[in-house]
Design a protein around this ligand. Structure first.
Ligand code: GDP
Length: 424
């Protein structure tokens, strides 16, 4: 069984808790895109863990975790993430973690460039997480980066870095006026933070194909959501990688394999970090209350997230882009305080009601059309079965299902592993 678990919205849908829950059913959990620019928060019996780079299966001793070729890996961040988990009693060995030799290393100068550019933009800031993700993906496509496999040949690193840094300094030094990057400094950084992962590096294409042939099941874990996909998201306010399910086998290193299932994680309301069009946004006390109720602050950055009601237009588009075969509706419990639940049912553009998700100027100018649904006004965080849910909650679920055109298999009613309902 090959299953992708992906975000339907703008990210932060609660993928981490769903992957943690579902990963028990899979032998291998694989990250296939992105870097440490977002975070999963997983709460289980061992504690609360924030994972930025490691696949969520790392919290289960028996699961093998793969970081695929589509990822960009800041090994300094990984080094600290691994340290923190080990302090929490999590085992991480080359048996638990396999890192693709084709994955790209996110170097300190990628972070530096991210900051230099964000500072240059000043009040026109883009809202980058400043983790170097856009610069490192840009370099990947310029074919001027180090890959994890390069760590296996330390004798070649100096020469490779000399070539790369000579080119990079044209931007860092000559362009931004920053002091030039030094080869020695980068070699030291690699020695301190990257070499430790040498024994984890392998050809994940061979590993995964062999495992699948032997009958192992694989879960592909996405970071961010459909609306942050570089091609299909709210460009340019997207991530720099492909967040959609169709990319999962490619980014994992097995483009020869086909997905059996795509589980879309969809949130009962909307949230969005950073700049860009967010049509369903709620402002003032309505927004503040929802942000507080949902604890909507970035896992990686602590930034307050923008919030809004469930967005039918964006979610239907996200569900389609993710080719979702079923959905998990998360954070239902957060809505329990509302008398009336706001839902953005359509957009208005140039005085016209539209129900497709637009791009460019149309999206920027779109206004939300809101309708209100009856709230349930009671605590549902202890519900374990469909029968225990109040009728108003069941009506809301049925509405979402119909509106986006995909069955909802799971309802998450709290952050803890067992706080969920399996609907069928
Ligand atoms: P991800 O990037 O999609 O994994 O999302 P995050 O981990 O950044 O955000 C999800 C946040 O919501 C975390 O703090 C989770 O512990 C929490 N969470 C996930 N599912 C639920 C839920 O059903 N109810 C509540 N109250 N919190 C949840």
């Amino acid at each position: 069984m090959l299953t992708a678990v992906v975000g339907i919205n703008w990210g932060d849908e609660g993928k981490g808790r769903m992957v943690d829950l579902l990963s028990e059913r899979y032998d291998i959990v694989c990250r296939y895109q992105g870097g440490n620019n977002a975070g999963h928060t997983v709460v289980n019996e061992r504690g609360k863990f924030i994972l930025n780079l490691l696949p969520s299966g790392i919290l289960r001793d028996e699961t093998v975790n793969v970081m695929g070729p589509g990822m960009v890996i800041d090994t300094e961040h990984l080094f600290h993430e691994v340290e923190r988990l080990r302090e929490g009693g999590i085992q991480i060995t080359p048996r638990h973690l396999k890192i693709s030799d084709r994955a790209t290393i996110c170097m300190p100068y990628h972070k530096l460039l991210d900051c230099l550019e964000e500072d240059r933009l000043a009040d026109k800031k883009f809202g980058s997480t400043r983790r170097g993700i856009a610069p490192v993906y840009a370099d990947k496509y310029m074919k001027k980066t180090l890959r994890m496999g390069d760590l296996r040949h330390p004798e070649l690193l100096r020469e490779k870095l000399e070539g790369i840094l000579e080119w990079k300094n044209l931007t860092v030094h000559n362009g931004y006026g920053h002091e030039p990057l030094q080869v020695e400094e980068m070699l030291n950084w690699l020695e301190t933070y990257a070499m430790a992962f040498r024994e984890y590096v392998c050809d994940t294409t061979i590993f995964l194909n062999d495992a699948i042939k032997a009958g192992k099941s694989v879960m592909f874990e996405a970071q961010l959501g459909a609306l942050r996909d570089i091609d299909f998201g709210i460009y340019p306010f997207t991530s720099s990688s492909s967040t959609i399910a169709a990319y999962a086998p490619i980014g994992a290193g097995i483009p020869n394999q086909k997905l059996d299932e795509s589980i879309g994680i969809i949130k009962a309301y909307s949230s969005c970090v950073g700049e860009g069009p967010f049509t369903c946004e709620l402002f003032g006390p309505k927004g503040d209350e929802l942000r507080e109720a949902g604890g909507e602050y970035g896992a990686a950055t602590g930034r307050p997230r923008r919030v809004g009601g469930f967005d039918v237009v964006a979610s239907r588009y996200g569900t389609l882009m993710q080719s979702a075969t079923c959905l998990a509706l998360t954070k239902m419990d957060v809505l329990s305080y509302l008398d009336q639940i706001p839902v953005c049912v359509a957009y208005e553009v140039n005085g016209q009601r539209i129900d497709y998700f637009p791009t460019g100027l149309e999206l920027t100018e779109a206004k939300p059309i809101y309708e209100y649904f009856k709230g349930w006004k009671c605590d549902i965080s202890g519900c374990k079965t469909k029968e225990e849910l109040p009728q108003a909650a069941l009506d809301y679920i049925a509405f979402v299902e119909k509106a986006v055109g995909c069955p909802i298999k799971y309802i998450s009613v709290g952050p803890e592993r067992e706080q969920y309902i399996e609907m069928f």
